[in-house]
Design a protein around this ligand. Structure first.
Ligand SMILES: [Zn+2]
Length: 469
């Protein structure tokens, strides 16, 4: 399952910080400028598992393994990766697509971990606060100059414009301040990243290869389209320093594990198939390409574009090659479910749940299939599975949406309203969440656990950046 869902609560902070930095040091990327809500994220068990496996050794080397740091995949095709809140590393799906080896994206993750370990976010906020003070002072000086100019009676002589120029000046000053600050942080993050890679027995070659691609004077940079470059100035000397450091590691020539490379390529194939235009998918993965990732991409593209029977045949072919790959069964179940065959989706999804050690996002899909059969015999099982899933995966609205339907089937409208309220809350729709939670409260006995949960939602304050109406 690959889901594109709108981020709910926390990322409003993220948008605020990145927007502030982008505004100060570079033209704001149009996507950010237009978005008031958090950017949409991609949820997929297979991709998230690969990213967890990529980050685990780095976080351990950085002493951050207990911080429960998550990698969040953003639904953006440009290359970007950043940290914004000390708890999450954000990676565009475009960064995964453009990383040909695990080692390349692992290098980027190591660099971002360097920012986390160095506490750079706190320092950046401080720096921004300082920049604002500087701006205020400069603006006051500019206003003073303007007043002086006007008082001299030379309003048309050009002197009056000194004020305007002085006001424009601070923007440039902030830009320079942030860039010089940032260069230092970037070099520190590079060094820390290489240290974490070496400590975990990995090469920093991929990090060097990726950053070299972004060198300021490269063709790639001249295009100026990738947000990573805007947040990561990449002067040649920085990349040269990185190369020297990376080459000094005993692991410089260490190759990626072939099994990991295959998982990497499978995730890229899946992202391409779900996110890119059909003709792009077939250009990347033409019929002449018989590799497993190419067959995976084509099977997904086939089901997405309506030919369920052909897709199922292709998926069965994949299962023959890797009979214990949970994601092939997940795909089979998802294709059947979305093709209106909920009952047939149950068996492959059960298998996917079992093979993935109860991955909650896959459990939610199984719950959806059980609820979707209209067979009330499945309802209690669906509720049990979905409750377990939402307990372990607290940010995906799908589990609550399906729980609401299951409770509705049983005529338990108090629980159904509460689950619908929780789903709306996770989608960031506070108005609907409050309405449903208020109704749920009238259906529960006062003080019962359901009433308390509903009351929490009614009382929840909208977070900054979230619509409060
Ligand atoms: Zn950086």
């Amino acid at each position: 399952m690959l889901l594109r869902i709108a981020l709910s609560k926390k990322p409003s902070k993220l948008t605020a910080i990145t927007a502030a930095v982008a505004l100060a040091i570079a033209p704001m990327p149009p996507a950010l400028a237009q978005q008031n809500k958090g950017p949409p994220i991609i949820r997929d068990t297979e991709a998230e598992q690969v990213l967890r496996d990529y980050t685990r050794p780095i976080l351990r080397a950085a002493g951050l393994e207990k911080q429960n740091i998550q990698v969040v995949i953003l639904n953006e095709s440009g290359f970007n990766a950043f940290v914004a809140d000390g708890r999450r590393i954000f990676v565009n799906h475009g960064a995964l697509m453009q990383s040909e080896t695990p080692n390349q994206i692992i290098g980027v993750l190591a660099h971002e971990t360097g920012h986390l370990a160095g506490g750079h976010l706190a320092k950046l906020r401080e720096q921004l606060a300082q920049a604002q003070t500087q701006m205020i002072i400069a603006m006051l000086l500019g206003a003073g100059a303007m007043v002086a100019g006007t008082r001299g009676g030379n309003t048309n002589s050009g002197l009056a414009n000194v004020g305007a120029a002085a006001v424009a000046g601070p923007q440039e000053m902030i830009r320079r301040t942030l860039i010089s600050y940032q260069r230092q942080q970037e070099e520190n993050a590079d060094r820390a990243g290489v240290k974490f890679l070496t400590a975990s027995g990995q090469s920093a070659k991929g990090m060097y290869e990726t950053f070299k691609r972004f060198t300021n004077d490269s063709l790639f940079a001249a295009r100026g389209t990738d947000p990573y470059l805007q947040s990561h100035p990449m002067p040649a000397q920085r990349v040269a320093a990185l190369e020297e450091l990376a080459r000094s590691s005993p692991y410089w020539d260490k190759k990626d594990d072939p099994a990991l490379q295959l998982r990497h390529d499978m995730v890229r194939a899946k992202i391409s198939a779900f996110m890119e235009r059909q003709d792009t998918v077939y250009r990347r993965y033409p019929l002449s390409n018989d590799s497993l990732p190419a067959r995976y991409a084509r099977a997904i593209a086939t089901y997405l574009h309506g030919d369920l029977r052909s897709a199922l045949g292709q998926i069965d072919g994949l299962i023959q090659v890797q009979p214990n790959n949970p994601y092939f069964y997940e795909l089979r179940g998802q294709a059947l479910l979305e093709g209106g065959k909920a009952a047939e989706a149950i068996a492959p999804l059960r298998k996917a749940v079992q093979l993935s050690n109860n991955a909650p996002l896959i459990e939610m899909l199984l719950g959806q299939a059980l609820v979707g059969t209209d067979n009330t015999a499945h309802t209690d099982e669906a509720i049990a599975i979905l409750r377990a899933a939402v307990g372990r995966e607290t940010e995906a609205p799908l589990g609550y949406t399906q729980l609401a339907m299951a409770y509705g089937r049983k005529g338990d409208f108090a629980q159904a309203d509460l689950a619908s309220a929780q789903a709306a809350f996770l989608r960031g729709d506070n108005k609907t969440a409050r309405e449903l939670a208020s109704r749920a409260k009238t259906r529960f006995a006062i003080g019962t656990p359901g009433w308390v949960k509903a009351d929490d939602i009614v009382a929840a304050k909208p977070l900054p950046g979230q619509s409060s109406n």
